[in-house]
Design a protein around this ligand. Structure first.
Ligand SMILES: Cc1cc2nc3c(=O)[nH]c(=O)nc-3n(C[C@H](O)[C@H](O)[C@H](O)COP(=O)(O)OP(=O)(O)OC[C@H]3O[C@@H](n4cnc5c(N)ncnc54)[C@H](O)[C@@H]3O)c2cc1C
Length: 488
């Protein structure tokens, strides 16, 4: 034995013990091989890297992380997990962005789709075929070369899988609808290991269910989306105001909304930038195409109150746009707790109350001062062309999405952030219900997991339960908003 090895062995033992999952489910030895990779805690740094998620709140320690390299790798993994006694928990990771722990497992199996990330245009360029583990940046890169666009995330690192299965609201949704409205077909690995193609004419009930039903129907290993001619260049900008100007800005937003067109969108955020960390309002306008009237469109935000910062520029395409926030995300605290929901309008009273609650929360403690509010004001009428019962995503009246984001670097701040996020989301949901007479529920893409299936799926829940009985009667998919199977 080499000198020093006696000392190293106990240290390694300690590291492996530390890395090991907390819940040790008795598992049969792996009796199958896959073309891809398998990692366990014994792989040390590689395993630790693979646990990483966009929000560190989502990090758990599974016993095995599988990286399938081809579709045929997946059925034996499913068979291994489901035939174990007791069955082993299965989590599926796309981009790893969701702020729940649905793509992670404590002691079970994670199927990480990262190696299934190929993207190709169809021969006629009318559609793009995307593997289930791709992120939107992979898609935009391929589309960029052909001067095409697709309805996807404004951020390159968001997974195509989770984004699409939750509806998929992107900058192009004002003109082309949700990502699911542009989905032409998909290939799904079902809980029993069958690999099926689904489209309006093949397994149509599955096709209906995956368009908003989340992870409950199988692993989508391939999506085919409709492409559109590039709408770039895009005019994008950042306008920042003192928090006390909120009433004037809300008024300006209403003026802007009165003339909003399908190719223009606005994000409204409450945040505290350094060095003073005083409450600020940020507007992020986005205008597609070479709109000659950009100045006119932005006029309400300059006329009413002069911004502290007014920076507007042009980016050529979605690929460039999707990298626009890289620096701010790199600097942001890593423990993110989000809730998102839908609202019919950004009513002044409601937003003033939200602002007050956010200001009080972020004033209270250094740890949580990066928490924020974000409201996405994409042109809301294209999505209403689809009937609420035509896809599992059921909110089809004009609406925007709204999110409350608790952020911190310290685990000790999670509880106070969770309470803040829950209370603002509850307030906004109730306000919207009272104003519209309809409960829009909660949004699966920014849910925390304590929502009921009815909260998420509304009147489409009964049909989803029947689809569940058909495609996952044994409830193999136990993560996320679990749908109870129901017979016909
Ligand atoms: C900063 C930020 C900005 C966002 N902006 C937007 C936005 O503009 N518009 C919008 O619509 N959403 C937005 N979201 C929400 C985002 O779309 C969801 O969190 C989505 O679930 C992320 O997908 P993912 O694959 O990266 O997530 P993951 O965490 O990997 O997965 C989320 C869920 O989807 C499942 N899943 C993922 N891929 C597959 C697959 N191929 N087959 C089956 N199940 C799968 C996972 O099992 C898990 O249940 C944003 C989120 C964040 C954190």
């Amino acid at each position: 034995m080499l000198p020093g090895v006696h000392a190293i062995v106990p240290i390694l033992g300690f590291i492996i013990f530390f890395l090991a999952p907390k819940t040790q489910i008795p598992m049969a030895p792996l009796s199958f091989a896959i073309k891809g990779r398998v990692l366990t805690a014994e792989d040390g740094a590689e395993y630790l890297n693979a646990l990483n998620r966009f929000s560190h709140v989502s990090i758990l320690k599974p016993q095995h992380i599988f990286f399938p390299a081809e579709l045929d790798d997946i059925p034996p993994i499913l068979n291994y997990a489901t035939s174990n006694d007791p069955p082993i928990e299965l989590a599926v990771k796309g981009g790893g962005i969701h702020s729940s722990a649905w793509a992670s497992s404590d002691g079970g199996i994670v199927i990480d789709l990262a190696q299934l990330n190929k993207v190709a245009l169809s021969p006629d360029n009318q559609s793009v075929i995307v593997q289930g583990g791709a992120v939107w940046g992979d898609v935009y890169k391929v589309c960029q070369e052909a001067k095409l666009e697709v309805v996807g995330s404004p951020l390159w690192f968001v997974g195509v899988g989770g984004f699409t299965l939750g509806g998929g609201y992107g900058p192009l949704s004002g003109e082309h609808g949700l990502a699911i409205d542009n989905l032409l077909s998909a290939i799904v690995v079902l809980a029993d290991g069958r690999i099926v193609r689904t489209s309006p004419t093949e397994e149509p009930e599955l096709f209906w269910a995956i368009r908003g039903g989340g992870n409950q129907f199988g692993i989508v290993v391939e999506f085919t989306f409709k492409t559109h001619p590039s709408a770039g260049p895009f005019t994008v900008g950042t306008l920042i105001y003192d928090g006390e100007k909120l009433p004037l800005i809300l008024k300006a937003i209403q003026d802007w909304k009165a003339n909003q067109t399908a190719n223009s969108r606005l994000n409204l955020m409450f945040f505290r930038p350094g060095p003073s960390f005083a409450p600020k309002i940020m507007l992020l306008p986005w205008i597609a195409g070479s709109a000659s009237n950009v100045e006119e469109i932005l006029a309400p935000f300059r006329r009413t109150v002069t911004p502290l910062l007014d920076k507007v520029n042009s980016v050529p395409d979605m690929f460039a746009l999707s990298h626009g926030s890289d620096a701010s995300f790199a600097a942001a605290p890593k423990r993110l707790i989000i809730r998102g929901l839908f609202i019919a309008d950004i009513w002044g009273d409601m937003m003033m109350e939200v602002f007050k609650r956010w200001r009080d929360h972020t004033e209270g403690s250094e740890d949580v001062k990066s928490s924020g509010i974000m409201c996405d004001l994409t042109f809301p009428y294209k999505i209403t062309e689809i009937d609420p019962s035509a896809t599992a995503s059921h909110v089809r009246r004009p609406h925007y999405w709204f999110s409350v984001q608790g952020r911190s670097n310290r685990v000790e701040a999670d509880d106070v952030n969770k309470a803040f996020v829950a209370s603002v989301a509850r307030y906004v949901r109730e306000y919207n219900t009272q104003k519209t007479g309809e409960d829009f529920g909660a949004w699966i893409s920014m849910a925390q997991g304590d929502e009921s299936a009815k909260d998420i799926f509304g009147d489409n829940l009964s049909r989803l339960r029947r689809a569940k009985a058909r495609y996952d009667p044994q409830k193999v998919w136990t993560k996320g908003i679990v749908i109870e199977p129901a017979s016909e």
